[in-house]
Design a protein around this ligand. Structure first.
Ligand SMILES: [Zn+2]
Ligand SMILES: [Zn+2]
Length: 160
């Protein structure tokens, strides 16, 4: 695992080159207890010199351990950046181009504002706090019971 995404411009193949590796996810520096990266940023990129331009294209992936913003449950998900593209101007003196910050920003931009464990997450009951993905809570059953009670009351009224 590397702590920087460096392209060695001085040794880059004229036809362009593929790079695949893992970048330490500590570079994300999120400091968010509800969104914890793990296993590093996986990248697969193609770097090519076009005159004075270094063009880099490829994809990034980062795994996260997250807390669902609806139900509060833990879940894992992967953020994917399928169209990572960077263009950097270089000259004869350029040896390395550091793309660590570009990778970092691309992952952060792709993060969901309110991560949910699944699109149809039912969240928690606002009265008892039970995770409704695990089944209905007693609050709902009491509501149903009340409705039956009201119905029975009507029947008694009819007999009078
Ligand atoms: Zn959830
Ligand atoms: Zn409830």
């Amino acid at each position: 695992m590397n702590d920087k995404l460096l392209i060695d411009v001085s040794r880059l193949d004229k036809e362009g080159e593929d790079f695949e590796d893992v970048l330490d996810d500590a570079v994300l520096d999120l400091n968010d207890e509800f969104l914890r990266p793990f296993a590093g940023i996986r990248y697969a990129i193609f770097a090519q010199l076009l005159g004075r331009e270094l063009l880099v294209r490829g994809s990034l992936e980062q795994d996260f351990e997250a807390v669902c913003s609806r139900c509060g449950g833990d879940f894992d998900f992967t953020v994917k950046v399928p169209d990572f593209t960077v263009s950097v101007e270089v000259d004869d003196k350029t040896e390395y181009v550091d793309l660590t910050d570009e990778a970092r920003q691309s992952i952060i931009l792709a993060l969901p504002t309110y991560p949910v464990c699944r699109p149809d997450c039912l969240g928690v009951c606002t009265s008892c706090g039970k995770n409704l993905n695990e089944g209905p809570c007693k609050c709902k059953r009491e509501e149903t019971d009340d409705r039956w009670g009201a119905l029975e009351g009507l029947k008694i009224d009819e007999h009078r």
